[in-house]
Design a protein around this ligand. Structure first.
Ligand SMILES: [Fe+2]
Ligand SMILES: [Fe+2]
Length: 304
C-alpha cells in the first residue's frame, strides 16, 4: 500500500541535530530592498511586458511578502492535524509522540517566523501589502475533509516547500540573503515533516478502504480548487500594492496582463509544483489506482 524507508526515530534524530531558533535565522538582520526576494520561477514577473525593470523589482518583493503570508495561511491547519494524530496514540510509541509534538511546535515556530518576516517587510517596504484573510476558516474546511485528504495536502505542501528552496533558491546568490535564509530554515524542518507525512499516511491508509483512498485524491483536488480561488484574491491584492508603491495606475488591459502572468506563477508555486513533485506522485501512485492520472490532469489544467 505505501512502502517507505522513513522512521520516526530517524526524523527525531535529524530534527534534534538541526534544531534552530527564529533568531538563528534572522540574526538581527533586515531585508535588503535593493535585491530581489524570489527567483523568477516563483515570482513570474520578468515576462510581464507592461512593467519596467523597477516595477518588476517591486512586484518581486511584494510576491516575497505574499509568499510568506500564503505559507503561514496554508500551514495553519497542520498544527491541529498533527496534534490530533499525536493524541490518537498518546500512550503508544514514545518516539512517534516526541517527533509529532516537535512537528507541531516547528509549525508554530514557522508561523512566528513568517509573521516576523511580514512585519519587517512592511516596515521597510513603505506601503502596506494586504494578504488574504480567513486562515482559520480554511483550516476548518481542510480538517472537515477525510484525514487522508488532509494528510495528502500536507505532504504535497511539504514536498514543494523543499523543492522551492533546493532547486530555485539555494544557489541564487543574487537574492536577498535574509529572505533566502527564511526559506532555508523552513526547508530544514520540512525535510523531516515530509517523511513523517508518509508515515502518517501509511498509518491512516491502512485503516480505510480502497474506495476511500481513491476519494481522498478527489477531496485533495477540491481543496486545490479552493486554494486556487484564494490565490486569485491574492493576485488582485498584489496588483493593488504595486499600484500603491509605484504610484502608477494600471488600465484594465494592463491589469489583465499582470494578473494572467501572476495567476500562472501562483498556481505553479502553490499547487502544480506539489502535484508534479516526484515524491508526491510516488505517494499517490502507491495509495491509489487512479490518483496519479487525476493529479497529472489537474496539474496540466492549472498550467495553461
Ligand atoms: Fe512549515
Ligand atoms: Fe511542515
Amino acid at each position: 500500500m505505501l512502502t517507505t524507508n522513513y522512521s520516526y526515530e530517524n526524523c527525531l534524530d535529524n530534527s534534534l541535530k538541526s534544531a534552530w531558533t527564529i533568531e538563528d535565522c534572522f540574526q538581527g538582520r533586515d531585508f535588503d530592498f535593493s535585491k530581489r526576494f524570489l527567483p523568477d520561477r516563483i515570482a513570474g514577473v520578468e515576462d510581464i511586458s507592461c512593467l519596467n525593470a523597477a516595477e518588476k523589482h517591486k512586484l518581486n518583493q511584494i510576491r516575497g511578502n505574499s509568499y510568506c503570508h500564503i505559507f503561514a495561511f496554508v500551514e495553519e491547519f497542520i498544527i491541529p492535524m498533527v496534534l490530533d494524530h499525536a493524541r490518537a496514540d498518546i500512550y503508544g510509541d514514545e518516539t512517534r509522540l516526541r517527533f509529532l509534538l516537535r512537528f507541531a511546535e516547528d509549525e508554530t515556530k514557522h508561523q512566528a517566523m513568517l509573521a516576523r518576516a511580514s512585519k519587517q517587510f512592511e516596515a521597510g517596504f513603505g506601503v502596506t501589502c494586504e494578504g488574504i484573510s480567513g486562515r482559520e476558516d480554511v483550516a476548518e474546511v481542510v480538517l472537515g475533509k477525510s484525514p487522508l485528504a488532509a494528510l495528502l495536502l500536507t505532504s504535497m505542501i511539504e514536498w514543494f516547500t523543499q523543492q522551492h528552496y533546493v532547486e530555485h533558491v539555494q544557489d541564487a546568490g543574487d537574492l536577498d540573503p535574509l529572505f533566502r535564509d527564511i526559506l532555508k530554515f523552513h526547508w530544514i524542518d520540512e525535510a523531516q515533516h515530509a517523511k513523517a507525512d508518509s508515515l502518517l499516511i501509511k498509518e491512516v491508509a491502512g485503516s480505510v478502504s480502497a474506495a476511500e483512498r481513491e476519494s481522498a485524491v478527489d477531496e485533495l483536488l477540491e481543496l486545490g480548487g479552493a486554494i486556487d480561488g484564494l490565490l486569485a484574491q491574492q493576485v488582485d491584492m498584489d496588483i493593488t500594492a504595486l499600484q500603491n508603491v509605484t504610484g502608477r495606475h494600471f488600465s484594465a488591459v494592463e491589469r489583465e496582463d499582470i494578473s494572467s502572468h501572476q495567476r500562472r506563477a501562483y498556481r505553479w508555486t502553490f499547487i502544480v509544483s506539489g502535484l508534479e513533485h516526484p515524491k508526491f506522485i510516488e505517494v499517490v501512485g502507491q495509495l491509489t489506482d487512479t490518483g496519479k492520472g487525476k493529479i497529472a490532469g489537474a496539474a496540466r489544467a492549472l498550467s495553461n
